[in-house]
Design a protein around this ligand. Structure first.
Ligand code: ATP
Ligand code: MG
Length: 397
């Protein structure tokens, strides 16, 4: 008998056309996540099996809970003998260690040559349990103990009530996206949601030193490292935005400061995305949350780019986003009180319904193409890996 973790990947199996791509990505991601945990991963049709070499189930479980694409996982007992009586004895021994009143047996048989049908097998095992354990009953709708048996080609696998995985698609299958990551509550949640759909993220952060502090930057890196847990690792592009913001402040009507500032952010983000093979921008905008997120504002800001902009939390209430942030563990970092570049130059009365014409007209007051070029040329890249923080500067242009 061998004790293993058996991985199931629900939604993936519906993606027939891409299944091989999905599985390969999941295998790679699992291998990466479990790399240091002294386990052996085996891949068998429709399932993946992890054998532990030491008693570190909790650590392994913690790692599995950060891998998207896992629908369910179980602690499974592998039994190499296919003789019915021997299996029944072994199942009984395991079941006797459980505390329950009601149970149900479910059998799957991928070894089609096995002489007993799945239904009969379940019934016969059920009968053995009823006969040997006093006071227990079968409940096929809501059993306290679910006894699952898989008769596979190589062996028989027995497992009980399953643990839910975090679902989604393996990160990477959808390609890459660039997350506009501020230090706020919304953008890390938006990032998590995009990763869950298989998008491998890079991040872009706009800083305005000396108006924004090193603490504000570290907070963003901390948030990025929380996302890195799901993303395998993560790259953060840091853009010095001070000159551009100051130029806007000095040369544009203040009601349009935020509109124009965000148009610049979008332009830079699109270019960084294209340079890094990211197919979408992702951000934490939410309809109506602030003046720059009215539908009119979104139109005026969005016209500056052609790349698709995905806004995963656009239709969530703030309280729903907060709940989500608490669940994924980013909330406590997000509420640390460091200023963001957006909050510094915010006018008292930002325009709620900006017009295309005015935004285009006012931004002509600054030589923004040159400034954007400079900001991109001088930008800093920090790569956060799960194991270490590696800082590197890239010479891009
Ligand atoms: P969050 O929305 O993340 O809580 P916030 O409320 O401070 O932060 P908003 O002003 O609502 O940010 O901006 C909307 C979105 O624009 C953010 O969710 C983020 O995706 C992006 N954004 C804002 N500021 C920055 C920044 N300094 N760097 C990168 N992206 C930013
Ligand atoms: Mg916000």
């Amino acid at each position: 008998m061998e004790k293993l973790i058996m991985i199931k990947y629900g939604e993936l199996s519906t993606k027939k056309a891409n299944i091989n791509l999905f599985l390969k990505q999941l295998k790679d991601n699992l291998s990466f996540a479990l790399e240091d945990l002294d386990v052996e991963i085996k891949f068998d049709k429709g399932r993946m099996f992890i054998s532990l070499k030491k008693d570190n189930f909790e650590e392994v479980e913690e790692a599995l809970n950060h891998v998207f694409g896992i629908h369910e996982y179980d602690i499974a007992y592998k039994f190499n003998d296919k003789n019915f009586d021997k299996i029944a004895n072994f199942v009984l021994k395991l079941v006797k260690q459980k505390v329950f009143n009601t149970f149900k047996v479910v059998t799957k048989r991928s070894d089609k040559n096995y002489p007993i049908s799945s239904m009969d097998f379940s019934r016969q095992i059920g009968a053995v349990i009823l006969k040997n354990i006093e006071g227990v009953k079968v409940d096929i709708h809501e059993p306290e103990l679910l006894v699952s048996i898989e008769i596979r080609m190589d062996a028989v696998y027995i497992y009980f009530n399953s643990e839910k995985g975090i679902g989604g698609y393996p990160v990477g299958v959808a390609g890459k996206g660039l997350l506009m990551l501020s230090g706020g509550i919304d953008s890390p949640v938006a990032g998590y949601m995009a990763i869950k759909r298989g998008v491998k993220l890079e991040c872009i952060y706009f800083e305005s030193p000396p108006h924004t502090s090193i603490e504000a930057k570290n907070k963003v890196l901390e948030l990025a490292s929380k996302l890195a847990l799901y993303n395998n690792d993560i790259k953060v592009h840091i853009i010095r935005f001070t000159d551009i913001q100051q130029a806007i402040y000095q040369n544009c009507p203040h009601a349009y400061l935020v509109t124009i500032m965000r148009r610049m952010m979008y332009r830079i983000a699109e270019r960084i995305a294209r340079m890094n093979n990211c197919k979408i921008l992702v951000n934490g905008e939410s309809i109506g949350q602030v003046a720059s997120q009215t539908l009119t504002s979104m139109n005026v800001i969005n016209e500056t780019v052609r790349i698709p902009v995905i806004r995963p939390v656009s239709c969530f209430d703030k309280l729903e986003i907060i709940d989500f942030a608490k669940k994924i563990g980013t909330y406590e970092t997000s509420i640390l009180p460091y200023e963001d570049c957006c909050t510094i130059f915010v006018p008292e009365h930002p325009v709620i319904n900006p017009t295309f014409e005015e935004a285009r007209e006012y931004e002509k007051n600054i030589d923004y193409e040159k400034m954007i070029y400079e900001a991109i040329k001088n930008h800093e890249v920090i790569r956060i890996s799960l194991k270490e923080k590696v800082k590197e500067f890239e010479d891009i242009l």
